[in-house]
Design a protein around this ligand. Structure first.
Ligand SMILES: Nc1ncnc2c1ncn2[C@@H]1O[C@H](COP(=O)(O)OP(=O)(O)OP(=O)(O)O)[C@@H](O)[C@H]1O
Length: 634
């Protein structure tokens, strides 16, 4: 693929997409087979009683997609449309896939195939706080290689896609989500398609691009996709649910699927004639798509009806297999080139090189900062919580004196400081991270960027935000409750608190990367944090904890943090005892009694940083494993 676009040719004529384009082969060059698939069979293991059996999902599917063609995959629910699209696009996970798929006559190479093809998923996962223009601009920075595109050319490419997809009016509108009003459903879908079109793919897959859209928006989406396919010589395959007659007629070809078998594959224009020839005449004023879907759908209203409809579907599929064998239209003309490509891997001559790590990281970091700074409710929530807690706890332990009573209160304040570096960071940031992780997995499925750049970008965005809000808390509580006014102690206390906050960010990234859903995260994270608090050193003296559980101290950041803060605060202190009472007279006695001097303050800080590193590495390993494509490639 040439990465150089003919911008003028692409923008010319975008004003009036045809309502009903001439059907079939007339609009498309017939020699350019982009994708060919032969005898695809896919089965999954299914439980039958107590045993497991292979259940066929796709059965002997053959076909091809040529440059400039828009092909619809139509069928009733459960027919296998998405499965076929996934098999062709390299997104099948699990089960057994057999047959042959050739991209430009050669075997597909997972990395390069994904970079030169595009897949628009049914649900559009995008950053809600970015505008349409920004969404496309960041995608262009991440996806288009710097070696082939200057920043100006990337901007031009974004502008072209905006024009092609008629998004000019929405250019500066935020994407939005359930909480924030943003672009319309149709515009959102077009932005989603736009991010995929930026790389000028040869092959475009779309899973139900019209679902949830009204008829006008659906028609516009399909028309624009068809127009772009013709203009840029892209082969497009899309699954679609019950298209209107107008939408049906936009497609060049249609694959009618039922029970995993092809009932018809050929020009849309000849579908009615084909069915009429085998005894199924579509009534004059009926939508052909509805008529075909009715023919192919199993009727579950009664046992008899089910048997009859099953026999009809089998008959339709058998008839088409016969017809196909006779015509040999889609199996013989390009076969020689396909067969000659067998076993040869697609060379990647069209491949888009990846950008270097720093370029990826800096783009992701800028995108993360833009998202974070616009998330005003989140930032205000963090700051308000810090101020509120600082005032509440500060005044709860207001102006501590240096008497024996203050020992207990000082320990309480120090412990609350340690605790405040855990829950208030982990829980809100976990929610943010979980959404981002899903977007990352989605973007990575198009081989967009590395996991390391994503992960470090998150860490370097979350840490400063956590530190700023926590500093407000620390300064507030330190001075209101009157911990030792000593510059050195204040500094060491702050450093300890920062390190604890860093561990918390690393911890939430680890949990957020590992859990399957946010709900699980909300159970796992508080449970672990609560254990950390219980073994933090205030409630139970580490010396008295049973050896079976004593090891927890080694992996407990709260314990290191509390030890460091306590040593720091109490070292060198002297307390006045009320007459006739027994009490701690020096800070050293407190340090000894609470067993917090096992390590020095700086050693505790070092252990905290080591824990942060371990959490980061564990989170990265899980995330990498999760983001690793597990699809089956033919
Ligand atoms: N990995 C899998 N494990 C078990 N069953 C599967 C798997 N993949 C697909 N199926 C089954 O295969 C059938 C076809 O699924 P598919 O999602 O492709 O249908 P579809 O035509 O896209 O349906 P819909 O329009 O409802 O999305 C369904 O019955 C589905 O339950």
């Amino acid at each position: 693929m040439s990465a150089v676009f003919d911008e003028e040719a692409m923008t010319e004529g975008i004003q009036t997409p045809q309502r009903a384009l001439p059907q079939g082969a007339t609009t498309t060059p017939q020699s350019d087979v982009i994708l060919r698939w032969d005898d695809l069979n896919y089965e999954v293991k299914a439980k039958v009683g107590k045993t497991e059996e292979w259940r066929p999902i796709l059965n002997g599917i053959t076909g091809e997609a040529r440059a400039g063609e828009a092909i619809a995959i139509i069928g009733s629910s459960g027919a296998g449309k998405t499965t076929l699209l996934n098999a062709l696009s390299g997104r099948i996970v699990g089960g057994r896939l057999e047959g042959q798929i050739l991209f430009r006559g050669a075997k597909r190479h997972p990395g390069s195939f994904k970079r030169v093809t595009a897949y628009v998923q049914q649900d559009d996962l995008m950053h809600p706080l970015l505008t349409v223009q920004e969404t496309l601009a960041y995608a262009s920075k991440l996806r288009l290689p710097n070696s082939q595109y200057t920043p100006e050319r990337k901007t031009e490419r974004v502008n072209t896609v905006i024009r092609q997809l008629r998004l000019e009016a929405a250019r500066n509108t935020k994407i939005g989500d359930a909480a924030t009003r943003g672009v319309s459903g149709g515009e959102r879908k077009r932005v989603s398609i736009g991010t995929e079109l930026l790389t000028d793919p040869r092959l475009l897959f779309l899973d139900e691009p019209t679902s949830g859209l009204d008829s006008n928006s659906s028609e516009l989406v399909v028309e624009l996709v068809k127009k772009i396919s013709v203009d840029q010589g892209i082969a497009t395959l899309m699954t679609i649910h019950q298209p209107s007659a107008r939408i049906f007629n936009i497609f060049d070809k249609v694959i009618l699927l039922s029970q995993g078998r092809v009932v018809y594959f050929g020009p849309t224009s000849t579908a009615i004639e084909y069915f009429a020839n085998i005894g199924y005449q579509c009534p004059m004023h009926e939508n052909p798509a509805d008529y075909f879907i009715d023919l192919m759908t199993l009727d579950y209203r009664s046992d008899d009806a089910l048997t009859r409809s099953k026999a009809q579907v089998k008959q339709l599929a058998d008839k088409f297999a016969e017809y196909e064998a006779q015509q040999a239209t889609y199996t013989s003309s390009e076969k020689p080139s396909s067969v000659s490509g067998k076993g040869v891997e697609f060379s990647g001559e069209l491949d888009l090189p990846r950008n270097n790590w720093f370029s990826e990281y800096s783009t992701l970091a800028r995108r993360d900062w833009a998202n974070a700074l616009r998330n005003v409710p989140f930032l205000m929530g963090q700051i308000t919580q810090s101020v509120f807690m600082a005032l509440l706890i500060g005044f709860m332990f207001f102006y501590l004196k240096k008497d024996s009573v203050s020992v207990q209160n000082r320990l309480g304040v120090l412990f609350i400081i340690a605790v405040n570096a855990t829950f208030p960071i982990v829980m809100p940031f976990l929610t943010l991270y979980y959404k981002e992780r899903d977007i990352m997995v989605r973007e990575r499925s198009s081989a967009t960027y590395r996991v390391t750049s994503f992960y470090l970008s998150k860490f370097t965005t979350y840490v400063p935000i956590a530190l700023v809000s926590n500093t407000i808390f620390f300064i507030g509580i330190y001075f209101i409750s009157h911990l030792e006014f000593d510059a050195g102690k204040f500094f060491i206390g702050l450093v300890t608190f920062f390190c604890l906050s860093i561990v918390s960010v690393a911890f939430l990234l680890m949990v957020g990367s590992g859990v399957k859903s946010i709900e699980v995260g909300f159970v796992v994270a508080p449970a672990i944090l609560t254990i950390q608090l219980l073994f933090g050193g205030l409630f139970a003296n580490p010396k008295t904890i049973t050896p079976v559980l004593r090891w927890i101290r080694w992996v407990n950041p709260v314990q290191y943090g509390f030890s460091s803060l306590t040593q720091n605060e109490f070292s060198g202190m002297v307390f006045t005892c009320a007459q006739g009472t027994q009490c701690y007279q020096t800070g050293a006695e407190v340090i000894k009694a609470y067993d917090v001097a096992r390590f020095t303050t700086w050693q505790n800080i070092l252990f905290l940083l080591m824990l942060a590193l371990i959490d980061m590495m564990a989170g990265y390993a899980v995330l990498r494993w999760k983001a690793k494509p597990k699809s089956i490639w033919l």
